[in-house]
Write a protein that binds this ligand. Structure first.
Ligand code: ADP
Ligand code: MG
Length: 462
């Protein structure tokens, strides 16, 4: 029997589907695609890092068991975020008796062509995925014009606006569009800090000539967040010459910043003036209509069903940035999967209430993350500061997990924020911790009592 990666993956999914709630299945598996298969490994592409970690963590074992049943031998399954660099070439080897010759799937969208360079662009940041509204119209139109006619219309294109409003997305969209129409184009994307770090290394290693050559031979140079160049004189000097070289050679330059050029403190006059040579366009926070349109689009892209009431609720609650809207969706998905609940308006209200509550009332009086950490540390006889340390010994991991769990339960803070309270841990670690506690309280009564006692004690603080 011959199975392609796609066929194998669809059989595995058929096997696990029956045992999972429908919403969870759709949420985590609808957008997945098998991209390659070898005799030891199946590679599956998912939407992003968060998705990859989540699926691996929560469903990895289940999926591998199903895979072993289909192919009759152990097979590991790896998940790759869609924006990852080109896929490693897996050898296509025979799975002999059970499966016959194996192939990689030949979906041109997923197997990046060998000639397409990887200048560090996120393939998901395209114009198609960018929702245009009154607040970003000029920036989006200018970006799209630049992608169609590089170096002819607006050079440089300078986009500015607050955090999470789509500057990086538009910048990558220009690069992706230009490479799509001509893969031989030389495109470089670098956050300004990366440009600076590379320069510093080049100076240390005596390779500045190579550094210069690398940037000055580009057809399109994308430098993100140039406000970080403030006060970095040597980098500004180098950038000034790179800018001139590219500009004189009629190559397109695109820059982003959190503010307009003349408001960047510590930026040399000559750079400010060059940054204004082309078009300076701002992006504002999305208004209600744009927020609704973005939520609809994100839901559709992720095959997620959100009814109008839920969309309206999120759009009214998350007003500051597109990133915040995305965070709300991720939170709903995580909540729905953790609690095995379908996404509904009441569920959305519960899941998002922490953020809204704290915004409206200025935070829950009495209970703070620090007090929760202290109470847990005391309960386990450790120092509160150790909870944020990198050490992962058992005496620390359990109270750390409990503290994360209680902060989530009692304050409903965003996962990312909880991770930050514990020495910058990843939000997927936070999800894992919360789940661990939820599982342990079910099987270990003394642990359950201890956690409950802490919860009661903390709730009395209000
Ligand atoms: P910035 O660079 O301005 O801080 P990003 O470009 O990183 O913001 O955008 C934050 C997130 O919001 C990204 O995931 C991006 O895809 C998404 N996003 C921003 N604006 C839009 C938009 N208009 N339509 C769709 N997604 C958007
Ligand atoms: Mg950005």
């Amino acid at each position: 029997m011959e199975l392609t990666a796609t066929e194998l993956w669809s059989r595995i999914l058929q096997m696990v589907q029956a045992g999972l709630p429908e919403q969870a299945f759709r949420t985590w598996f609808a957008g997945t695609t098998a991209v390659a298969l070898s005799n030891r490994e199946l590679l599956v592409e998912v939407s992003n890092d968060f998705h990859a970690e989540w699926i691996e963590d929560r469903y990895g074992t289940l999926l591998e068991k199903a895979a072993a049943r289909v192919v009759g031998r152990p097979l590991s399954i790896s998940f790759l975020p869609g924006e990852s660099p080109p896929l490693p070439q897996l050898p296509t080897v025979d799975l002999t008796d059970s499966l016959g010759p194996l192939q990689t799937t030949a979906d041109p969208r997923l197997s990046p062509s060998p000639t397409r360079p990887n200048p560090g662009l996120n393939r998901r940041y395209t114009f198609e995925r960018f929702v245009v509204g009154g607040d970003n119209q000029l920036a989006a139109a200018a970006a799209s014009a630049v992608a169609k006619k590089p170096a002819l219309l607006y050079n440089p294109l300078f986009l500015y606006g607050g955090v999470g409003l789509g500057k990086t997305h538009l910048m990558h969209a220009i690069g992706n569009a230009i490479l799509d129409s001509d893969p031989s184009k030389k495109v470089a994307y670098a956050p300004s800090e990366q440009f600076m770090n590379e320069l510093v290394t080049a100076i240390q290693e005596g390779t500045t000539a190579a550094f210069r050559h690398r940037y000055r031979r580009m057809d399109l140079l994308l430098i993100d967040d140039v406000h970080f160049l403030k006060g970095k004189e040597a980098t500004q000097e180098e950038f000034f010459h790179t800018f001139n070289a590219l500009y004189d050679a009629h190559k397109q330059i695109v820059l982003t910043s959190d503010r307009p050029p003349k408001e960047i403190p510590g930026l040399e006059e000559r750079l400010i003036s060059r940054f204004q040579w082309g078009l300076v366009a701002d992006i504002k926070a999305p208004n209600y209509e744009t927020r609704v349109a973005i939520l609809r689009k994100k839901a559709a892209d992720d095959s997620l069903t959100l009814d109008a009431e839920v969309i309206d609720f999120i759009a009214r609650s998350c007003t500051s940035s597109v990133r915040e809207l995305e965070g709300a969706i991720i939170k709903l998905l995580a909540y729905s999967s953790l609690k095995n609940l379908e996404i509904s308006i009441s569920m959305a209200k519960t899941a998002l209430q922490g953020e809204l509550g704290s915004r409206v009332s200025g935070g829950t009086p009495g209970i703070t993350p620090e007090r929760i950490q202290e109470a847990v540390a005391k309960g386990w006889g450790i120092q509160s500061a150790a909870l944020s340390s990198k050490r992962r010994t058992k005496d620390l991991t359990v109270p750390r997990q409990v503290a994360m769990y209680l902060i989530r339960e009692l304050l409903n803070l965003p996962l990312v924020q909880i991770g930050n309270l514990f020495g910058g841990r990843d939000h997927s670690t936070v999800i894992h911790s919360i789940r661990k506690v939820e599982e342990t309280v079910v099987v270990d009564p003394s642990f359950e009592r201890k956690v409950q006692a802490l919860k009661d004690e903390l709730s009395r603080l209000v």
